[in-house]
Design a protein around this ligand. Structure first.
Ligand SMILES: Nc1nc2c(c(=O)[nH]1)N[C@H]1C(S)=C(S)[C@@H](COP(=O)(O)OP(=O)(O)OC[C@H]3O[C@@H](n4cnc5c(=O)[nH]c(N)nc54)[C@H](O)[C@@H]3O)O[C@H]1N2
Ligand SMILES: Nc1nc2c(c(=O)[nH]1)N[C@H]1C(S)=C(S)[C@@H](COP(=O)(O)OP(=O)(O)OC[C@H]3O[C@@H](n4cnc5c(=O)[nH]c(N)nc54)[C@H](O)[C@@H]3O)O[C@H]1N2
Ligand code: SF4
Ligand SMILES: [Mo]
Length: 716
C-alpha cells in the first residue's frame, strides 16, 4: 500500500488529491492538504473517481456494431483497420468536409489527445471541427473579440473588494467569478476581509446565500438589467474616467444606448425593485477593485453575446483591469496567458470568417464552429454533407439541442466513431466505440486551468501554480483501451498521413509516449516540465516579472465599448414595445391545471454533465434528475414533492420528478442538463430560436408548460 499525489479529472477543476494505491488499484481518494492551490478540497465526485475506473459499465474492449444492430467486442487493431478503410472511402467519395470531429468536455482534459486529433484533421484537410464550447458560453470569446482583450488581464479576486456573479454558482460549479480551487474557502476569506458579493440569479443558489445582495430576477432579462446598471454608473459619475479616456473608444455611444434603460423601466420586466438595481450598481462601482462575471444561465438565455459584452463593458467603465505597474497574479507557468502589457490587444475577428456552415447562415466564430447547427448540417443533403463523425469525450445525444434531431442525425451517418469509457447514450448509435485510458491511467498536467483565458475573468489559477501527475495505474487487467491520442496516431499511420505538431513531424513508425507528447506540448513553458515534476503536491512558481508593463504611447488599439453590432442590438431591445416578459401563469383549456414557466439551467453537486451517473455514491445522492419548483407554483399545480410532472416546450416534452424548492423563484423551473431521463436537450429548439452570431439556441429562460403527469404509473 502506498499513498501518492494525484490530479482529479472528474471535472475541469483538476483538484489535487492523495490516492491510496493497493495492488495496482486506487482504493481511496482524498483532497491533498499539502497542495498549495487546493488546500485539501475535494468533492463527492472526486472522492469516487477511482470507482469510475473500475465501474462495471466501463468498456474493457472496443465495440463494433453488427448488422443486426447489436454490438460485439473486437480488438483495437481490428477496429482501427476498419475505421481507417471506411474513413478513406468516405473521403474519396465525398471530400474532406464530409468528415467531422466533435471534441466534448473530456476531450480537452488531455493535451496529447488535442495534439493528435488536430493533426489528424489537418492531414485530412477538414475544417469541420466542433466542440462543446459553442453550446456552453460562446458569447464569452465572441464578446471578448468584439470588445478587445486586455493584455494584463483582469483584476484579481484575492485583493478584490467586490465580486458580482450574473447567473453563475461557482460554489457548486467550480466555474467562474470565484477561483475554482476550493472556492468556498476563498470566498469565506475574502468576505472576512470585507469583500461584497452580489449575485443576480432567479434561484437563491449556494452562492446567493453567501451574498451581501441577491437580486432574484426573472431569467432572460440580464441585458436590460446590466444596461440599467451601466446607466446608473454612468449618470452618477461612478466610472473610471481616466481609464475610459486613455484606453477605450465608444463610451459616448454606449452611454446613449443604455440611457433608455432606467432602473424604473427595467424593474418590472426583470421582476425586481428599481432600488435594488441601483444598489447593485453602486455597490459594484463604488468598490475599488473586483469584477463582474457571468455564468451559463444568462449566456444560454436570449441575447447571450450582448449580455457578455455588457459584462465586459461594466468591468471596463469601472477600470477593473490590471494597470501598468500593478502585480499580475499569474501570467502563466506552462503557458504565457497575457502579454503582460497594460493595453488593449490587437483585435481579432468575432464571427464571419473561416468555414461557412450550409445552414442558418452561420460561420466560424471566436468560440469555434456552432455545434448547435451540426445535426442539421449532417441531415442537409448536398455538396459538403457530413457523412462521418468522430465524437471524443462528449455526449451529443444528451448535450446538443433538439435531442430528436440529434438522434436522427447520428442515425443517418455512414460512420460514427465514439471514444468514451462507457456505452453512453451517444455511443449506442455508433458503428465503433473505443474505450480510452483515462484518469490515473495516463500522466496529467494542470494545463486546462491556465489556458482558459478567453473566459476572461477570475477563472484560471490565481497564482503561478502547476502540477504534474505520472501514470499511477494500468487499465483493468485484460482490457484493450487506448489513449485518445493513440487512436488518431494509429488512424493517421494506417491512412498514410504524416502527422505533425507545430510543424514538427511525428515518427510514424515508432509511437510517441504520452510523457513525450506532454513535453512537446509545453516545450515553450516558462518553467520546464522537469522542474514541475519535482513537486508532487504541485507548487507555485513565482514569476520574476509579475508586474504589468506600460504600453507604447503610439500603441493604436483600444477597448471597444460600442461595437456596432452590439449597440444595434441594444437599441432594438430598448425599442421593444412589450416590456414585460411572457407571464408565468396558468394555461387555460386541457385537463387539469398547467402552468407556463421559464425553464432555467443549473448544476447539481453530485452530477457532472452526463458523466458516470451510475456510480453508486452519486446515484444514492441523485437517483433521478429533479425539476425544482417553487412551492407556490407546486400548489397551483396541485402537486406535492415527488410528484411526476410533464414539461413541454415548442419542440418536445419530458417527464421529471418535481422537487419543491423554496430557493427557486416563482414562475421558474430549474433543471440540470445531461441526464438520460428528464433530458432537457429534448426541449431545446435548435433551428428557430437562437443567437444570431453564436448560433446558440435558447437553452435557459425557455418557455415551457408544466403539468402534473397523466395518472399513468411511471418511473422517471
Ligand atoms: N439543454 C442544455 N444543454 C446543454 C447545457 C445546458 O445547460 N442545457 N449545457 C451545455 C454545456 S455547458 C456543456 S459543457 C455541454 C456538455 O456537452 P458534452 O461535452 O458533449 O457532454 P458531456 O456530458 O460532458 O460528455 C462527457 C462524455 O465524456 C465521457 N468521458 C468521461 N471521462 C472521459 C475520458 O477520460 N475520456 C473520454 N474520451 N471520455 C470521457 C463521459 O462518459 C461522457 O459520455 O452540454 C451543453 N448542453
Ligand atoms: N457539480 C457540477 N459542476 C459543474 C458541472 C456540473 O454538471 N456539475 N458542469 C460544468 C460545466 S460544463 C459548466 S459550463 C459550468 C457552469 O457553471 P455555472 O455557470 O456556474 O453553472 P450553474 O451552476 O448552472 O449556474 C448557472 C446559474 O444561472 C442561473 N440562471 C439561469 N438562467 C438565468 C438567467 O437567464 N439569468 C440569470 N441571471 N441567471 C440565470 C441558474 O439559476 C444557475 O444558478 O459548471 C461546470 N461545473
Ligand atoms: S471539484 Fe470534485 S470532481 Fe472536480 S476536480 Fe475537484 S474533486 Fe474532482
Ligand atoms: Mo460547460
Amino acid at each position: 500500500m502506498a499513498e501518492v499525489t494525484a490530479i482529479c479529472r472528474f471535472c475541469h477543476a483538476t483538484c489535487g488529491m492523495v490516492a491510496t494505491l493497493e495492488d495496482g488499484r486506487v482504493t481511496r481518494l482524498i483532497g491533498d492538504i499539502d497542495n498549495p492551490m487546493y488546500a485539501g478540497y475535494s468533492c463527492v465526485k472526486g472522492r469516487n473517481y477511482h470507482a469510475f475506473h473500475e465501474s462495471p459499465s466501463r468498456l474493457r474492449t472496443p465495440l463494433r456494431r453488427r448488422s443486426d444492430g447489436g454490438f460485439e467486442s473486437a480488438s483495437s487493431a481490428a477496429v482501427l483497420d476498419e475505421i481507417a478503410v471506411r474513413t478513406r472511402d468516405i473521403l474519396d467519395r465525398h471530400g474532406p468536409r464530409s468528415v467531422a470531429m466533435y471534441g466534448g468536455t473530456f476531450s480537452h482534459f488531455c493535451p496529447a489527445g488535442v495534439m493528435l486529433r488536430e493533426s489528424f484533421m489537418d492531414a485530412i484537410g477538414s475544417p469541420m471541427r466542433f466542440s462543446n464550447a459553442t453550446i456552453d458560453q460562446p458569447g464569452k470569446p465572441i464578446s471578448m473579440a468584439l470588445h478587445g482583450k486586455w493584455g494584463a488581464g483582469p483584476q484579481d479576486f484575492a485583493d478584490a473588494d467586490v465580486c458580482m456573479l450574473i447567473g453563475a454558482n461557482p460554489l457548486v460549479s467550480m466555474w467562474g467569478g470565484i477561483p475554482s480551487f476550493n472556492p468556498a474557502k476563498r470566498l469565506h476569506e475574502a468576505r472576512q476581509r470585507g469583500l461584497k458579493l452580489i449575485v443576480i440569479d432567479p434561484r437563491r443558489t449556494e452562492s446567493a446565500r453567501k451574498a451581501d445582495l441577491h437580486l432574484q430576477c426573472l431569467p432572460g432579462q440580464d441585458v436590460p438589467l446590466l444596461a440599467a446598471m451601466l446607466n446608473v454608473i454612468i449618470t452618477e459619475g461612478l466610472c473610471d474616467r481616466a481609464f475610459i479616456e486613455a484606453e477605450t473608444e465608444g463610451f459616448g455611444a454606449l452611454a446613449a444606448a443604455v440611457a433608455p434603460f432606467t432602473p424604473e423601466r427595467v424593474a418590472p420586466r426583470a421582476g425586481i425593485e428599481a432600488g435594488s438595481i441601483i444598489e447593485a450598481a453602486r455597490m459594484f462601482a463604488r468598490a475599488q477593485r473586483g469584477n463582474v462575471t457571468s455564468g451559463t444561465g444568462p449566456s444560454m438565455a436570449p441575447h447571450g453575446v450582448l449580455m457578455d459584452y455588457l459584462v465586459l463593458a461594466l468591468n471596463t467603465v469601472c477600470g477593473r483591469w490590471i494597470k501598468a505597474g500593478e502585480r499580475m497574479p499569474n501570467r502563466g507557468v506552462l503557458f504565457r496567458q497575457f502579454s503582460g502589457v497594460a493595453r488593449a490587444e490587437k483585435p481579432r475577428a468575432a464571427t464571419g470568417f473561416g468555414e461557412a456552415l450550409r445552414v442558418r447562415g452561420l460561420t466560424d466564430t471566436a468560440a469555434g464552429l456552432p455545434t448547435a447547427a451540426l445535426a442539421e448540417e449532417i441531415l442537409t443533403p448536398g455538396e459538403g454533407q457530413v457523412k462521418a463523425l468522430f465524437v471524443v469525450g462528449g455526449n451529443p445525444l444528451l448535450s446538443w439541442p433538439n435531442q430528436a434531431k440529434t438522434r436522427r442525425a447520428l442515425e443517418s451517418l455512414e460512420l460514427l466513431v465514439v471514444v468514451d469509457p462507457v456505452l453512453s447514450e451517444t455511443a449506442r448509435h455508433a458503428h465503433y466505440v473505443i474505450g480510452p485510458r483515462f484518469g490515473f491511467e495516463s500522466p496529467a498536467i494542470t494545463f486546462g486551468n491556465e489556458g482558459i483565458t478567453v473566459y476572461g475573468l477570475s477563472l484560471g489559477y490565481p497564482e503561478p501554480f502547476a502540477q504534474y501527475q505520472p501514470q499511477l495505474i494500468e487499465p483493468p487487467a485484460g482490457s484493450d483501451v487506448l489513449e485518445d491520442w493513440r487512436i488518431f496516431y494509429e488512424l493517421g499511420r494506417r491512412m498514410g498521413y504524416p502527422l505533425a505538431f507545430r510543424g514538427q513531424p511525428f515518427d510514424m513508425s515508432t509511437p510517441p509516449t504520452t510523457d513525450g507528447l506532454l513535453s512537446q506540448f509545453v516545450a515553450r513553458s516558462r518553467v520546464p516540465l522537469e522542474e514541475i515534476k519535482r513537486h508532487p503536491h504541485g507548487a507555485v512558481f513565482p514569476d520574476p516579472k509579475p508586474c504589468a508593463e506600460p504600453r507604447d504611447a503610439e500603441w493604436p488599439h483600444r477597448l471597444q465599448l460600442a461595437a456596432p453590432v452590439m449597440i444595434a442590438e441594444l437599441h432594438g431591445i430598448a425599442a421593444q414595445k412589450s416590456e414585460a416578459p411572457a407571464p408565468a401563469g396558468p394555461v387555460m383549456g386541457g385537463e387539469g391545471s398547467a402552468l407556463r414557466l421559464l425553464l432555467v439551467s443549473r448544476r447539481e453537486h453530485a452530477l457532472y454533465n452526463s458523466v458516470a451517473h451510475d456510480l453508486p455514491a452519486l446515484r444514492r445522492r441523485l437517483p433521478h434528475n429533479p425539476a425544482h419548483l417553487n412551492p407556490q407554483d407546486a400548489a397551483r399545480l396541485g402537486i406535492v414533492d415527488g410528484a411526476i410532472v410533464e414539461i413541454e416546450s415548442a419542440v418536445g416534452g419530458i417527464r421529471a420528478v418535481a422537487h419543491l424548492a423554496p430557493d427557486v423563484r416563482e414562475g421558474v423551473v430549474s433543471i440540470a442538463h445531461g441526464f438520460a431521463g428528464a433530458c432537457t436537450a429534448a426541449l431545446i429548439d435548435d433551428a428557430t430560436d437562437y443567437e444570431a452570431l453564436s448560433g446558440l439556441p435558447r437553452m435557459s429562460a425557455l418557455p415551457v408548460t408544466v403539468r402534473p403527469a397523466a395518472a399513468t404509473p411511471t418511473t422517471a
